[in-house]
Design a protein around this ligand. Structure first.
Ligand SMILES: Nc1nc2c(ncn2[C@@H]2O[C@H](COP(=O)(O)OP(=O)(O)OP(=O)(O)O)[C@@H](O)[C@H]2O)c(=O)[nH]1
Ligand SMILES: [Mg+2]
Length: 330
């Protein structure tokens, strides 16, 4: 079995720092017995910040992160001294990471770019010291503010792979083989079902230095939405692909039917997936002659572009890349 180090979801308890309290104090020294207020402001609590890092591909590095607690701001001091801010915590995440609140399910942050930095859970503001409340009518304010609390809760970080093209197909359709011949990726390939257990990404080097990203996903079977096979949890990774490339092997019993089954499973998972651009590619076409190709073409839906190719015999790979590029930029 492939060792699974593809961590695409983690659950953490996070808390940003509380603001430090404002200080109440009056100046006292040898020469001043009844000085004015000089209590300083409290410092801000530490933020919890998310930062995109394009060198990360999974959430594996956060696997043992359970409690993420930022420091509180320091209390204000005498002589108008402002308390130190609590130290911020910066969590580096791969592009495509979403931060959600576990209870409400609400998406709070989405990281899409390298270096993008978002204050996810802001630290509480520090309270004002009594110095700030001095006024012509109140020369000796007794009041200083407490700091505001930080934000805490159970949170979920979830990764949705950002690829331009997602490969969709039954197990054994030849998805990983295709990835291995059009990109530098080296996914595991075998003639049994569910060889691929976690997504693989590869870059297709297109002409003139242009490239696009393609994601090879675990196979889907009928009933995936009810948990059959590996279930449909990996379908979340195609939610952001702009094109879905359906791979239907030449030796399928019914090509048209196989496409429908795959489409139904996507719809069960998320009906919006049906609004994406689809392309059908009949894989392993080295097994077909022209007559068989014509018969299969007749079974396929008329409104979806299709193409025959073979990874093993290196047939039509350039045409496939051209078609993907055209659809991506069309
Ligand atoms: N004849 C022929 N066989 C192929 C071709 N592409 C892949 N195969 C074979 O089909 C089998 C399955 O290939 P994979 O690439 O592992 O299939 P997959 O879709 O990634 O399968 P899962 O990871 O289980 O979902 C392997 O035995 C491949 O050698 C092709 O173009 N022609
Ligand atoms: Mg595979």
């Amino acid at each position: 079995m492939e060792k699974s180090n593809f961590v695409d979801q983690i659950r953490i308890f996070a808390r940003s720092g509380h603001g430090g309290a404002g200080y109440k104090h009056f100046r006292r020294d040898k020469l001043t017995s009844m000085g004015g207020p000089d209590g300083g402001d409290g410092g801000r609590g530490g933020h919890i910040i998310l930062r995109g890092n394009s060198n990360l591909w999974t959430l594996l590095h956060l696997r043992y992160y359970k409690n993420v607690l930022a420091d509180d701001g320091e209390r204000g001091g005498d002589n108008n001294r402002t308390g130190r801010d609590g130290e911020d915590i910066i969590i580096e995440v791969p592009l495509g990471t979403i931060a959600r609140d576990e209870e409400t399910g609400e998406t709070e942050v989405e990281i899409l770019e390298d270096g993008q930095q978002v204050v996810w859970l802001p630290g509480g503001k520090g309270g004002l010291g009594n110095f700030q409340f001095k006024s012509p009518t109140n020369q000796a304010p007794e009041h200083a503010q407490p700091g505001l609390p930080g934000i805490e809760g159970w949170k979920v970080l979830e990764l949705k792979v950002l690829a331009d093209v997602g490969l969709v197909g039954f197990p054994n359709a030849g998805k990983s083989t295709l990835l291995s011949v059009i990109t530098a990726a080296k996914p595991k390939i075998a003639d049994y079902a569910f060889t691929t257990l976690t997504p693989n990404l590869g870059m297709v080097e297109y002409r003139d230095g242009k490239s696009f990203c393609i994601a090879d996903l675990p196979g889907i079977i009928e009933g995936a939405a009810e948990g059959k096979g590996l279930g449909h949890r990996f379908l979340r990774h195609i939610e952001r692909n702009s094109i879905l490339l359906f791979l239907i092997p030449a030796d399928s019993k019914d090509h048209g039917q196989e496409f429908q089954v795959l489409k139904n499973e996507l719809e069960e998972y998320n009906p919006e997936l049906l609004h994406k651009r689809f392309i059908i590619a009949v894989s392993k076409s080295d097994m077909l002659d022209e007559e068989l190709k014509a018969a299969i073409a007749a079974e396929l839906p008329k409104d979806v572009p299709h193409l025959f190719f073979s990874s093993v015999a290196q047939q039509n790979l350039q045409q496939l890349k051209d078609l993907l590029w055209k659809e991506l930029n069309g």
